[in-house]
Design a binder for this molecule. Sequence first.
Ligand SMILES: NC(=O)c1ccc[n+]([C@@H]2O[C@H](COP(=O)([O-])OP(=O)(O)OC[C@H]3O[C@@H](n4cnc5c(N)ncnc54)[C@H](OP(=O)(O)O)[C@@H]3O)[C@@H](O)[C@H]2O)c1
Length: 214
Amino acid sequence: MQISNPRVTIIAAISQNRGLGKNNQLLWKIPQDLSFFKKVTSGSPIIMGNKTYYSIGRPLPNRLNIVLSRTLVQHNIKIDGCEVVSSIKDAIALATNYLTLRKLTHFEPSEQPIDSKEESIILATHQLAEHNRLSNPYIEPEIFIIGGAQIYANALKNNIVDRVLLTEIHQTSDADVFFPVLEENQWQEVWRESHFDEQNNLSFDFVDYRKLTQ
Ligand SMILES: NC(=O)c1ccc[n+]([C@@H]2O[C@H](COP(=O)([O-])OP(=O)(O)OC[C@H]3O[C@@H](n4cnc5c(N)ncnc54)[C@H](OP(=O)(O)O)[C@@H]3O)[C@@H](O)[C@H]2O)c1
């Protein structure tokens, strides 16, 4: 009954020069992007590096939070509300067990109340869900890798990623950590949707890239 090889998806917001963050913070707080992230990842396991966890500052609700840290494991330090592991392999195994348990118990993530400001983002996530249904009739169990730069680079290098969901922000940034370049011949863009954020006065696209099978 164990789920085998669930889809592994990277989710990230990047600037034009592939910047991810600066001084252990995000470059911009874009409300629509934060809502998109919440909607897409809710109910699923999320894997993050130690620095990203401390940048967020708390476990994200309604998701299994898995934090990667060799140091914390070495010193047997726990984080309330999170699982701490010392390798991506252990993180994927833990996430897979969680998805299996979710399937066995028919666990459904609870619905959050809908804010009217979130309408456009709900439309985007519905369209993405619809697109997923068209490309695959079954809703797949999915593991999300949510950053930061070290974890994205490691996961891509180790060839464990099936899908990359990027928020591509059309502005350059003075970042100190960057997202790797995706090899053009290995990834195919299958979905793109454009948005504008009035608060930060910038435009951005949600983009879904799939790994091409060799
Ligand atoms: N734009 C976005 O979508 C986005 C998303 C997430 C994060 N960010 C940004 O990215 C920045 C943080 O990224 P970062 O690269 O500095 O740090 P990070 O990837 O979040 O965390 C790095 C830490 O993770 C642990 N680690 C790394 N590789 C590991 C492995 N293979 N196995 C076990 N543990 C491992 C190590 O922790 P120990 O030293 O404790 O062993 C390492 O110090 C921040 O600015 C954050 O705001 C941006």
